[in-house]
Write a protein that binds this ligand. Structure first.
Ligand code: ATP
Ligand code: MG
Length: 303
């Protein structure tokens, strides 16, 4: 196997006495789509800022694109990475061209190379508008795609996308993830955060963060299998009345809109309770989603 593109060993980041990231370790391989998930304040953005050379680690070892992050090497790391920040992507009052020119200027890209590559990237996202379009006038999904292009101008090996689809319409989110898939297929390494669990299903592996700690790291499939060793059912009430069964029979009983997702605690409970429930619920066996996993692991413990 080739050397990892990102390697993190025992990384901690503290602000004063507060540890935003606590002793986390993982590595990411070339061409991977690596999902970095966790509730608000879990430490995702802080970790990304370290990996982009923007924030020094308080403790631990970090290497990105084969370069160990040591004081003075920030710029070497910045050349290897593309970064779409969570808070800020493009200047709304500038045009697409002006935003791109600005980014190219900061990176000191050669004019001819830059203009050619800019066009290739805009073709890649299927950008149909004029370069002179002011960013404010772009639909939210297109704005995020242009921001993606901007983060790719210097042809980085690895791209950090911090909630790139937050607040974007579902069809545009789907398009954005198609672009992510194409980039990974072309050998780029993708490190992405999202709060949308349907998106996380597209990741090769997922790291789950909670309160600065890395609590799980595996493929979506393995996470589901590990978290739920028993069958999961979806139950839809037949009538309008709210009827709750005896919850002691379950390890999972979660409301999902008009349905419930349920897992029995053991065979005996399932055998005894399931036939009775069938009188009041439409019941079908389902595959757990990452949403189920996330609720169980990340939010479940704290309640
Ligand atoms: N510069 C800073 N100074 C002090 N505390 C900070 C600083 N940056 C982040 N924090 C704190 O560190 C914790 C982790 O923040 P971080 O932004 O990494 O979380 P996140 O997982 O990206 O959350 P979100 O999903 O809301 O973006 C939070 O409690 C945050 O308030
Ligand atoms: Mg964040």
């Amino acid at each position: 196997m080739s050397a990892p593109v990102v390697e993190v060993k025992n990384l901690s980041v503290c602000f004063g006495r507060f540890y935003a990231v606590k002793n986390i370790s993982f590595s990411v391989a070339k061409g991977e789509i690596f999902g970095f998930l966790g509730a608000n304040g879990a430490g995702k953005t802080t970790t990304i800022r370290v990996l982009c050379g923007l924030l020094p680690a308080s403790e631990g070892y970090v290497s990105v694109g084969g370069i160990e992050f040591l004081p003075g090497r920030e710029n070497l790391i910045k050349q290897k990475v593309g970064y779409m920040s969570q808070r800020f992507t493009l200047y709304d009052e500038l045009s697409v061209k002006e935003n791109m020119d600005f980014a190219a200027g900061i990176r000191r890209l050669k004019k001819a190379d830059y203009e050619k590559h800019r066009q290739e990237l805009l073709d890649f996202i299927g950008f149909k508008q004029k370069l002179s379009t002011v960013v404010r006038d772009l639909p939210g999904g297109i704005k995020q795609e242009v921001a993606l292009c901007q983060s790719l101008l210097h042809d980085p090996e690895i791209i950090f996308l911090d909630e790139p689809t937050a607040g974007v319409a579902p069809a545009a989110r789907f398009r954005f993830w198609q672009l992510i898939g194409k980039l990974a297929a072309a050998g780029k390494t993708i490190f992405v955060t999202t709060h949308y669990m349907d998106e996380a299903e597209n990741c090769g592996r997922i790291a789950l963060m909670r309160s600065g700690e890395l609590i799980e790291l595996d493929s979506p499939q393995n996470l589901k299998a590990k978290t739920f060793s028993r069958r999961m059912y979806s139950l839809t009430p037949k009538g309008r009345d709210e009827i709750l069964p005896d919850l002691r029979a379950f390890t999972v009983w979660e409301p999902y809109g008009q349905h419930y997702h349920a897992v029995f605690k053991d065979d005996a409970a399932e055998k005894e309770v399931l036939p009775r429930l069938k009188k009041i619920f439409h019941i079908e066996e389902i595959n757990p989603s990452l949403e189920d996993v996330f609720i169980r692991i990340v939010e479940g413990d704290g309640r």
